[in-house]
Write a protein that binds this ligand. Structure first.
Ligand code: P1T
Length: 395
């Protein structure tokens, strides 16, 4: 039996308190404003040439970004947070730590845009990439070469929700002096904190659950390693991949409700997963919180719950999938995930269309694999919607 959402303990009893207070302390402002003022200024007055109070130029640093970065670091039990213009912007800064001729071991099941960035941009710039199934850490070990500088994976992965043993990846990377990075976008720091399991850097598309309202594109990197932080901070400014102060304020506001939102996403996601698992039109459900998931136990050993992300194989092919999407009324057919609204998509032709055909086939990203981002609507309405769409698809 899978555990009910309410049976999970929070990963950090003070998580919600940190989310609401860290970085937003009123005493730092003249006004003692409870909500941090948005500082839109692109530049800051200097006392003498190159002699400034706190801030110099808005790309290098600005007060609204600092508020958010402090909060993000605290939520991951990290020391340093850095925000970027998008999740892929964060990935761009991360991989720019390395040089032409360096090698990256990358999980094979990752967001299509991350795969495209590695394959079509960084490979062209001389970064060598090996894609491996990170569910078995022995595959990572086998792929390591003398020039390997980075191990990168998503867990759970997008879109097939495969789980990687974070502790084992961290241990392997440490033993070889390689930087380890986990993309924690699907779970957020509320449910999984890779730094506490030995990982060097956590990557986020804040666009998803962390912002949670589908109105900001942003990314982040969090670490406790001072040396890595300094190099990344240099790149954040030097490469100019920064978010706007207004967007930073939006995400700061959203983090205040992260704990509450994630608990509800989890509860709705599990109920939808259980419903689909018992439906005759569904071949298989991929949800790490259901005991049918092959890595259910591993997942429980390193996370404190699940988001609203799940995928399932519909019985049939492209035609049935098309009918399913056409019939949906509450779920919207759209890319992205992690917002309050429920979304459904077909990774094979949408988020993962840029992954080469053979790689998609190997990963099981077929035309009947449907990904759901279960939102915060009344769960009975979501289930009714899926029920009628499944009927329309298979009639
Ligand atoms: O869209 P952006 O903020 O640049 O984030 C990229 C990214 C990074 N990591 C993961 C795990 C992601 O899922 C994404 C973006 N993903 C989608 C848009 C999607 O629909 O899967």
């Amino acid at each position: 039996m899978s555990k009910e959402a309410s049976e999970y303990l929070p990963n950090d009893p003070s998580f919600a308190t940190k989310a609401i207070h860290v970085g937003s302390e009123p005493e730092q402002w003249h006004s003692w404003a409870m909500v941090p003022p948005i500082s839109m200024s692109t530049t800051f007055k200097q006392m003498a040439p190159a002699d400034f109070k706190c801030y110099e130029y808005g790309r290098s640093d600005n007060p609204s970004r600092v508020v958010l970065q402090k909060c993000l670091a605290a939520l991951d039990d990290g020391k340093y947070g850095l925000c970027f213009a998008s999740g892929l912007g964060a990935m761009t800064a991360l991989v720019s730590l390395f040089n032409s001729g360096d090698h990256v071991v990358c999980g094979d099941d990752i967001y299509g845009g991350t795969n495209r960035l590695m394959r079509l941009v960084f490979s062209r710039l001389g970064i060598e990439v090996s894609y491996v199934d990170t569910r078995d850490v022995a595959n990572i070990a086998k792929a390591i070469k003398p020039n390997t500088k980075l191990i990168f994976c998503e867990t759970p992965s997008n879109p097939t929700l495969k789980v990687t043993d974070i502790r084992k990846v961290a241990e392997l990377a440490k033993s070889k002096n390689i930087i380890s990075v986990v993309d924690n976008t699907f779970l957020t720091s509320y449910f999984q904190r890779p730094l506490t399991l030995g990982i060097d850097v956590v990557l986020y598309s804040l666009t998803k659950y962390m912002n949670g309202h589908s109105d900001v594109i942003m990314g982040a990197l969090v670490t406790s390693d001072e040396e890595i932080y300094k190099r990344l901070k240099f790149l954040q400014n030097a490469m100019g991949i920064v978010p706007s102060p207004f967007d930073c304020a939006m995400v700061t506001r959203s983090l205040k409700t992260l704990a509450v939102r994630m608990r509800e996403h989890m509860s709705n996601g599990l109920k939808v997963g259980q419903f689909l698992e018992n439906h005759p039109a569904v071949e298989k459900v991929l949800h790490p919180g259901l005991p049918s998931h092959p890595q259910y136990e591993l997942s429980r050993s390193q996370t404190h719950g699940y988001s609203g992300m799940l995928s399932f194989y519909l019985k049939g092919g492209l035609e049935e999938s098309q009918k399913f999407f056409k019939a949906l009324k509450v779920f919207s057919l759209a890319e992205s995930l992690g917002g309050y609204e429920s979304l459904a998509e077909l990774p094979s032709v949408m988020t993962h269309a840029s992954v080469p055909d053979e790689q998609r086939a190997e990963l099981g990203i077929t035309d009947n694999l449907i990904r759901l981002s279960v939102g915060l609507e009344t769960v009975d309405d979501l289930i009714k919607d899926l029920e009628q769409a499944l009927k329309a698809a298979t009639n």
